[in-house]
Design a protein around this ligand. Structure first.
Ligand code: SF4
Length: 213
């Protein structure tokens, strides 16, 4: 079991899947830089993370719910948690049938970063509510479509492995070297990371000599 002091943000998992160096820059070195994609995401989440709840039929919608897991040492916030068995009162009762829903400004990604975020939320909710979360969902603003995701064993295993890798990265406080790839073009940290320059072999050997001398 971890304590609150050990918690890291669930967002670190997505950053790690995208690029371990990006994860270390943000969660170890406290570096941040916005680009058009992060600003779009912030605007969308300002509308969604309102700390409120409402009922429609038998589905209760809770917005901006803070979540955590002492077993995994992670914390975060859900855009929306849908409570499917329509309880009349807040807070959400233990054993409730629940489903996390995340809002994304873009469209479904090829990598598993979004799914890992959703699964980590499901694991937190299961621990907090003593329930089992079988599904979650995304609403992608760009394609205006809701996509359901099964929280299956394979996704749970991948998510726990990534949580372990992120913990190791944060504990060791070692930022991986930059490796330039197509992802760098959409990365908000590109102007700070300087992947082209930092990937250059001559520069790497120069820095090696500098730090060893
Ligand atoms: S610019 Fe590229 S190497 Fe640097 S953090 Fe972003 S994705 Fe990673």
């Amino acid at each position: 079991m971890y304590t609150e002091d050990d918690f890291f943000q669930i967002s670190a998992l997505q950053h790690y899947v995208y690029c371990p160096r990006q994860c270390a820059l943000i969660h170890v070195e406290d570096v941040w830089h916005d680009n058009v994609y992060t600003v779009r995401g912030d605007i969308l989440h300002e509308k969604v993370d309102t700390d409120t709840y409402e009922s429609r039929g038998t589905i209760k919608t809770v917005r901006g719910l803070k979540i955590h897991s002492f077993r995994l040492g992670i914390s975060g916030r859900c855009d929306v948690v849908e409570v499917l068995n329509g309880q009349a009162r807040m807070p959400v009762q233990r054993g409730a049938l629940i489903r996390p829903v995340e809002f994304k400004s873009g469209e479904p990604k090829e990598d598993i970063s979004d799914k890992v975020q959703l699964c980590a939320q499901a694991l937190c909710l299961e621990e907090m509510m003593n329930t089992s979360v079988t599904h979650g969902a995304f609403f992608y603003a760009k394609i205006r479509r809701r996509v359901q995701v099964e929280i299956d064993e394979e996704l749970r295993k991948q998510t726990k492995e990534i949580i372990a890798s992120v913990r190791e990265l944060i504990t060791n406080r070692r930022t991986p070297a930059a490796e330039y790839s197509a992802k760098c073009r959409n990365c908000s940290l590109e102007p700070i990371c300087l992947p082209k320059a930092m990937s250059d072999r001559k520069l790497k050997s120069y820095l090696k000599i500098l730090y060893l001398s």
